[in-house]
Design a protein around this ligand. Structure first.
Ligand code: AMP
Ligand code: GLY
Length: 426
């Protein structure tokens, strides 16, 4: 099979690493890819917003399957676009159409979906610009801290958690006043959930079949002890020790299956990944959010632990035969540590040479997140630069190996957290 994978981050490098291991693959193209994916296939300089160019590439290169890494093209209707064009209509596409992608693209859509299908989540109400007084009255019924979410996609910045009522009212006015442009024309105000988060992933085949992938936990804050600003993710671990068989049975019965069946009931043939962002509230899983893609940096541990051939699973996703598939999981643990540019997630320098990758690869799997080639040298080109993932017989072992590999890789002002996984291993 010829496969086109869309995206350019650590998540896509990890997906490419796993796809490239499949004997089914003849050619793997990654668009636009990064210097890491270049060693696994052919990088293609396509813009993910140029749907016509993607369609032309698919039809001119005998592509047998398209796999979409990030959410934006899905929310913008790439699957619908390719399905509407004669040249690409029959090519299997992994990722939902625009309507299914609303699970991530609209918080209001996702909350209404969960309410309709009795899926456990935080109590909420949605308000638009004409309803500021109602929103403030609703805020007064909640206990602090207050959670306000822009309805639309905001590159991970649209959720505000504020400690006091006056701050919540101010934040609400700002959001409804256009703080996040049209994305905050509607604001979801919801109950704060106390607990510990985890990420659960499934592939859905659009006919009611699904496959659960290994779960993971990510670490979002820049500082150790989960302090400081939110980032795109500083590390991840899989498995998640508190997600034992009894807890995962609840997740499957109360969340995954009702989601799969709810989509079918609503007439949405969803073919692709669903990322369930969950809170473990004293043993009861509740949905914080849905995403219509894999997580980053969770994919950098989930792919290490997925033993089954990913392309077999993706093909079954496209064919509607996932319920006949078994997912084999590696019994070992996996841990990922993200090396980031000093200053991230605020301003940071770029273009610094990176050394030590070959040595780190002796013990770990090194995924590129924000790198580029300048004058034949690998340099930093983003905030999150390199994700180092390792196996271990235990999570602690995997973390130690990743820690060592992360210390081996150097670039100017490199930073990584040293406490990833500590909360669930100690
Ligand atoms: P989201 O973009 O919906 O994932 O929200 C970003 C982050 O905000 C989540 O990963 C949680 O850490 C936090 N969060 C969102 N909603 C809630 C909630 N209702 N209660 C507690 N934390 C939340
Ligand atoms: N790790 C969280 C996300 O990918 O959104």
């Amino acid at each position: 099979m010829n496969i086109l994978l869309l995206g350019s981050g650590g998540r896509e490098h990890a997906l490419a690493w796993k796809i490239a291991q499949s004997p089914r693959v003849s050619q793997l193209f990654i668009a636009p890819g990064n210097p890491g994916t270049a060693s696994l296939g052919h990088n293609v300089p396509l813009s993910l917003s140029d749907f016509a160019a993607i369609a032309a590439f698919v039809s001119n290169n005998a592509i047998d399957m398209v796999v979409c890494g990030p959410e934006q093209p899905l929310v913008d209707g790439l699957a619908d676009y390719l399905a509407a064009s004669d040249a690409t209509r029959g090519v299997p596409f992994i990722g939902p159409r625009r309507e299914g992608a609303q699970l991530e693209g609209s918080k209001d859509f996702a909350k209404a979906f969960m309410l309709r299908h009795h899926i456990p989540t935080a109590a909420y109400r949605t308000f638009d610009g004409t309803m500021a007084d109602d929103a403030k009255a609703f805020l007064r019924t909640l206990t602090p801290p207050y959670v306000l979410k822009a309805d639309g996609l905001c590159a991970g910045k649209g959720v505000l958690i504020v400690p006091s009522l006056p701050e919540a009212e101010k934040a609400l006015d700002e959001m409804l006043g256009g703080k996040f442009g049209t994305a905050s024309a509607k604001v979801v105000v919801e109950e704060y959930l106390q607990g510990i988060e985890l990420s659960v992933f499934a592939l859905l085949d659009g006919t009611g079949g699904y496959a659960l992938l290994p779960e993971a936990k990510d670490y979002k804050r820049i500082g150790e002890g989960d302090t400081g600003l939110n980032t795109g993710g500083m590390g991840s671990v899989s498995p998640v020790p508190f997600a034992d068989a009894a807890f995962m049975r609840k997740v499957e019965e109360e969340i995954v299956r009702p989601t799969v069946q709810g989509l079918i009931q609503d007439g949405i043939a969803y073919r692709g990944f669903v990322f369930f962002g969950l809170m473990n509230c004293a043993g009861q899983p509740k949905v914080i959010e849905y995403n219509c893609r894999m997580g980053d940096p969770e994919t950098e541990t989930v792919m290490l632990r997925l033993q089954s051939d990913l392309v077999d699973l993706l093909k079954a996703t496209a064919d509607g035969t996932l319920s006949a598939m078994q997912v084999e999981t590696d019994a070992r643990a996996a841990a990922c540590i993200m090396l980031v540019s000093g200053g991230y997630p605020e301003s940071y320098g770029k273009g610094y040479p990176i050394t030590g990758i070959k040595q780190a690869q002796e013990e770990s799997v090194v995924f590129h997140a924000g790198t580029s080639i300048k004058d034949n040298t690998l340099v930093t080109s983003g905030g999150r630069v390199i994700a180092v993932s390792s196996y271990g017989n235990t999570l602690s072992e995997a973390l130690l190996t990743s820690q060592h590999a992360a210390d081996t890789i150097t670039f100017k002002d490199a930073y990584h957290r040293r406490d990833i996984g500590r909360d669930v291993t100690c």
